[in-house]
Ligand binder design. Structure first.
Ligand code: ADP
Ligand code: MG
Length: 331
């Protein structure tokens, strides 16, 4: 069987089964970052993301400056999801023959600009020639004080479910691009140049608020499913509460099916977290302080790994589709 006929998560599970761990590794394969103990007070968090031409980006749609920024933001987003402060970035490039020095400099200007914004520095990497398209691999390391790293496995029945920002903007822009249409500039910006919710993630973690947190890269439902599986709980998502931007809502009016993009589209890079209901006031305070809306979109119950959607009429149903898939799953 070809490897790509397996689902992405089956492949990861296959790798995980054969790997081993050591006591200093507090969290290995299976969360947004690995977490390693530095000393009694500090933890080192590490994450990596791959961007491949033709799979993750198309140079006809994105300029290299914005691509450089995105390569940083998608990694910082994973650190934000665990409440860590980014410190070091590693950049590895497989460069095709047709890329010139100007283009590399445009990429680097975006990369370094975003690194500065998030408080991280480029500390190394690797460079080689590509016989295919451009491939960008970025790894990011960050630090958190002990007990502030938030994992995916702590959600509890009775918790509320929250999300930062708005959902579906990036997926809607991508849909337009793929159809050869020009997306609304706000939506396009959300797709080509997402912002990692670092301030929100850190403030939430430092306030000891989330019981579980993840960043939404594969789509709300797919990433929520990771939290439910890791925590052994279920969730009901209230469709009427889904936070949607005005640009998204304008298009939703004439095409109700677009709501699926907000549920399953991917590349939102918003934070999804659970918290006890009595933390609502503290959460609103953080949303005001960091200037990013945080919306309650549902609740957690004890129905193990069961994900249900509640429509405006109050009826509850199972979702049809869960998220972006790199490889089709086998039955
Ligand atoms: P995220 O969307 O948060 O970046 P992924 O879905 O890419 O996370 O990965 C899920 C988990 O599997 C993460 O803990 C990641 O480190 C791990 N993982 C993914 N690919 C590999 C691999 N090739 N080898 C080891 N671990 C992997
Ligand atoms: Mg993640």
């Amino acid at each position: 069987m070809k490897l790509t006929e397996r689902g992405e998560f089956q492949i990861i599970e296959h790798l995980k089964k054969q790997s081993r761990t050591i006591p200093e590794l507090i969290c290995g394969i299976g969360d947004d970052c690995s977490v390693a103990r530095i000393d009694d007070n500090q933890e080192l968090l590490t994450t990596t993301d791959l961007l491949t031409e033709g799979v993750h980006f198309d140079l006809d749609w994105s300029d290299l400056h914005r691509l450089g920024r995105k390569a940083v933001s998608v990694n910082v987003s994973d650190l934000a999801a665990m409440g860590a402060q980014p410190r070091f970035l590693l950049l590895s490039l497989a460069i095709p023959d047709n890329l010139n020095v100007d283009q590399l400099d445009q990429f680097l200007s975006g990369f370094l600009q975003a690194s500065d914004v998030y408080g991280a520095v480029l500390a190394g990497g690797d460079t080689c020639r590509s016989r295919g398209g451009l491939t960008i691999s970025v790894s990011a390391q960050g630090v958190a004080t002990k007990a502030t790293s938030i994992m995916r496995n702590g959600a509890e029945a009775g918790d509320d479910l929250f999300v930062t920002g708005t959902l579906g903007d990036s997926a809607l822009a991508l849909r337009h691009l793929m159809a050869g249409e020009k997306p609304d500039p706000f939506l396009l910006g959300r797709h080509l140049d997402p912002t990692a919710r670092l301030e929100a993630g850190r403030a939430l973690a430092e306030g000891g608020i989330p019981t579980a947190m993840i960043d939404i890269s594969d789509g709300l439902l797919a990433d929520l499913e990771h939290v439910l599986n890791a925590s052994g709980v279920g969730a009901v998502v209230d469709l009427a509460a889904m936070p949607l931007s005005s640009a998204f809502q304008r298009e939703l009016v004439s095409n109700k099916d677009l709501l699926d993009l907000a549920l399953s589209g991917g590349e939102d890079y918003e934070l999804l977290f659970t918290a006890p209901p009595d933390r609502q006031k503290a959460i609103s305070g953080i949303a005001d302080k960091v200037g990013v809306p945080i919306t309650r979109i549902g609740c957690i119950d004890e129905k193990r790994a069961a994900l249900r959607l509640q429509g405006p009429s109050g009826a509850v149903e199972l979702p049809q589709q869960r998220g972006y898939k790199h490889f089709p799953d086998t039955p």
